[in-house]
Design a protein around this ligand. Structure first.
Ligand SMILES: Cc1cc2nc3c(=O)[nH]c(=O)nc-3n(C[C@H](O)[C@H](O)[C@H](O)COP(=O)(O)OP(=O)(O)OC[C@H]3O[C@@H](n4cnc5c(N)ncnc54)[C@H](O)[C@@H]3O)c2cc1C
Length: 415
């Protein structure tokens, strides 16, 4: 059992139970995962791979087969929506839910944006037919031009106004007519996604991306939350606590939600673009938006967990992390307040292919927990895969921990 009883009779959770963590994995799958994490623990291999893979695919070299059998299988649910079904069903057996993610990135052009929007709606409609897919995620760059987002972000930064939404409205006024029209199409796509989600009762998680496009993403999401999150949560924004300004942003968002009487959907992450962010800030000579240290990111992340659980009347929170301490903190705070571990406003989530020890032990303890499960053609999910490879090599501890747990389970099974 993963749940033991301490002196105060509250269940104490442990993430070390590998029997529960890997119950759904065959011996062959364990071996494969062990081999892959071992490989990702070698920085030079990851560096080489992350440079060569995107280039090889563009050049039409026959590398898709290798990617499919290795990193794709570990982190992605399939090439099509339908292919995710067995993975989703397997997770359901352990009471693990799914955040379905159409993982195609980096496509530009009105036609691609329209296709992206339609695909997001198809995911919502599919999720509505499944018992354990209450969430799906979108990237605004999936249906908006990156350079337009960057331009609006820049205008917002230079426009003095009392709130994020006011800055956004003022910035939009400054766009030439053609780009105002282009943005109108973006808002309309977001509206169609929210309408479909509200109708289907599936919540939409808006991913956070690079800081230099994030302000219009945040503003658009706030406007939609104000409209759709009345008495229930249709939309979640993502707060990246590796940014030093985001704890304050979370508190401002809470204040706006309280005043305007909507529920703030807050998905808490540390953040996936750290190296890119620091590099750009250095190259362009502006102060880095990233925290000065891992400890500072951890402190703000855990403060954000505290803040959300203190305000569950207004906030619905998703603790999206592979950090043991942050997940345990969420559980401990619920227990301290005598709230159920499956409180409707507290959800936990980890990426598919990572930290099964956290996900499956949380599920076993009765928490509401999911895997974030991307799908898409191999060539189109490469940016996502490269982020996972980098995350698993550069983040001290994560790979080592995965390897240790996999090894322990293999030994337990006598492999
Ligand atoms: C369900 C889910 C959804 C996600 N959605 C998004 C999203 O929308 N946008 C996004 O950007 N990411 C997203 N992520 C990815 C997430 O950002 C990374 O998986 C996460 O940062 C890894 O951190 P961790 O919380 O698992 O904990 P840990 O492994 O304890 O922390 C690692 C993280 O700490 C931060 N960090 C590491 N070193 C330093 C340092 N020296 N200084 C400052 N900070 C440091 C980095 O963010 C690093 O990724 C999502 C993750 C999950 C599980």
């Amino acid at each position: 059992m993963s749940v033991t009883f301490a002196v105060h009779m509250k269940p104490t959770l442990s993430f070390d139970n590998t029997t529960i963590a890997f119950a759904s994995k065959s011996n062959e799958e364990l071996k494969q995962a062990h081999w892959l994490f071992g490989l990702m623990g070698k920085p030079w291999i990851v560096q080489l791979g992350t440079r060569l893979a995107p280039w090889s695919i563009k050049a039409g070299l026959p590398v898709k087969g290798i990617i499919r059998k290795t990193i794709f299988r570990q982190f992605v649910g399939g090439e099509t929506l339908e292919q995710t079904a067995p993975v989703v069903a397997r997770l359901a057996k352990s009471n693990v839910q799914v955040i379905l993610d159409y993982g195609v990135e980096g496509k530009e052009g009105e036609e691609a944006f329209e296709t992206g929007c339609q695909e997001f709606i198809r995911v919502i409609e599919y999720a509505a037919t499944q018992p354990n897919i209450p969430y799906m995620s979108v990237k605004v760059t999936g249906f908006a031009r990156f350079a337009l987002l960057e331009k609006i972000d820049d205008l917002m930064e230079r426009t003095p106004a009392p709130s994020l939404v006011k800055k956004y409205e003022a910035a939009l006024q400054q766009l030439p007519a053609q780009e105002q029209e282009e943005w109108r199409r973006v808002s309309e796509r977001m509206l169609r996604i929210c309408e479909a989600a509200a109708r289907a009762e599936v919540a939409v998680l808006v991913d956070a991306e690079e800081t230099w496009i994030q302000d219009p993403v945040d503003a658009l999401t706030m406007v939609m939350m104000d409209r759709y999150n009345k008495g229930r949560v249709v939309l979640f924004n993502t707060i990246q606590l590796y940014r030093h300004d985001r704890l304050a942003f979370l508190k401002d968002s809470y204040e706006a939600a309280r005043q305007r009487d909507f529920i703030l959907g807050a998905k808490l992450v540390r953040g996936a673009y750290m190296e890119k962010e620091r590099k750009r800030a250095q190259e362009r000579g502006y102060p880095s938006p990233i925290q000065p240290s891992k400890e500072a990111s951890d402190r703000d992340y855990n403060d954000a967990v505290h803040f959300c659980i203190e305000h569950l009347d207004v906030i619905s929170v998703i603790i999206a992390s592979h950090n043991d301490r942050s997940n345990l903190l969420g559980v401990e705070l619920l227990q301290k307040k005598d709230l159920p571990l499956d409180h409707p406003h507290v959800h936990f989530s980890q990426l598919f292919g990572m930290s099964d020890n956290i996900t499956f032990n949380l599920a076993e303890a009765g928490c509401s927990v999911s895997k974030y499960l991307p799908f898409g053609p191999i060539g189109d999910v490469v940016p996502y895969l490269m982020r996972r490879a980098q995350e698993n090599t550069s983040v001290g501890g994560q790979t080592g921990r995965e390897l240790l747990l996999l090894k322990r389970e293999m030994q337990r099974r006598g492999m």
